[in-house]
Design a protein around this ligand. Structure first.
Ligand code: Z5A
Length: 212
């Protein structure tokens, strides 16, 4: 029996990782098999690409086009080696970022031609599309404050972008969600962790396969 694929999206510090952790615990407590993963990353190849994109000094000065292809290369491996096999095995996949991150960060905020971004994104994912995408919407100023508080002010390559970049990201996400309301759930990230958790659980519960 096919499982379930849920992706989480949103700007920096919106609370995705926090919510994925608690949802994973709730699902496991209810008897479900869960795979928790992230992008870029999720496979050994993807994690090596993540390092190039975020921390390695060879990534400095990377062109937007190279960035797009690295994110989607990580995704192509992730979809085939981890996500689709887990879905086929009846498991629930919780993924921190997926194709919408590329549409929004590279397509909207970096302003790469959206048709090219979409074509490359679709090529990377093949048939592996999320059943549900949870967008945690948050003012980027609030999100960046949380990120800085967590890291003691140390920011990675992308976190160093100007606030306008993250405002474009937020607008891009809201537009994507409005265009596909069947797949997206938009949750206000400026609430308590527990309130967000409850909204997410309500949406996930009705999609759950029978626990086994
Ligand atoms: N990127 C891209 O450009 N294209 C792509 O295709 C893909 C990604 C896949 C990945 O960064 C970067 O790659 C990201 C997009 C780009 N770029 N930037 N810049 P990452 O994986 O390192 O980080 P992230 O995905 O942006 O997540 P994050 O910054 O770690 O935040 P988060 O997971 O959404 O939040 P969190 O860790 O759960 O919470 C952050 C802090 O806030 C933490 O201290 C929490 O305790 C706190 N928190 C959480 N929820 C709340 C609430 N409700 N109230 C108050 N405080 C809270």
């Amino acid at each position: 029996m096919a499982g379930l694929f849920i992706s989480f999206e949103g700007g920096e510090g919106c609370g995705k990782s926090t919510q994925i952790r608690t949802l994973n615990e709730s699902l496991q407590a209810a008897g479900h098999k869960v795979v928790q993963t992230r992008e870029p990353g999720g496979t050994p190849l993807g994690e090596a690409i993540r390092n190039l994109l975020q921390h390695d000094e060879v990534g400095e000065g990377m062109s937007p086009e190279a960035e797009l292809l690295l994110f989607t290369a990580s995704r192509a491996q992730h979809a085939r080696a981890l996500i689709q096999p887990a879905i086929d095995a009846g498991q629930i996949v919780l993924c921190d970022r997926y194709l919408d991150s590329t549409s929004v960060y590279q397509g909207v905020a970096r302003q790469i031609d959206p048709v090219s971004v979409d074509t490359i994104n679709q090529f990377a994912i093949g048939q592996t599309l999320p059943d549900l995408t949870i967008l945690i919407d948050l003012d980027p100023t609030v999100g960046m404050e949380r990120v800085k508080a967590r890291s003691g002010g140390k920011l990675d390559r992308m976190e160093q972008e100007a606030i306008e970049f993250f405002e474009a990201v937020r607008a891009g996400y809201l537009k994507a969600a409005a265009a596909d309301p069947q797949r997206f759930l938009v949750v206000n990230g400026d609430q308590s962790i527990e309130a967000i958790q409850a909204e997410i659980w309500e949406a996930v519960e009705i999609l759950l396969p029978t626990a086994h």
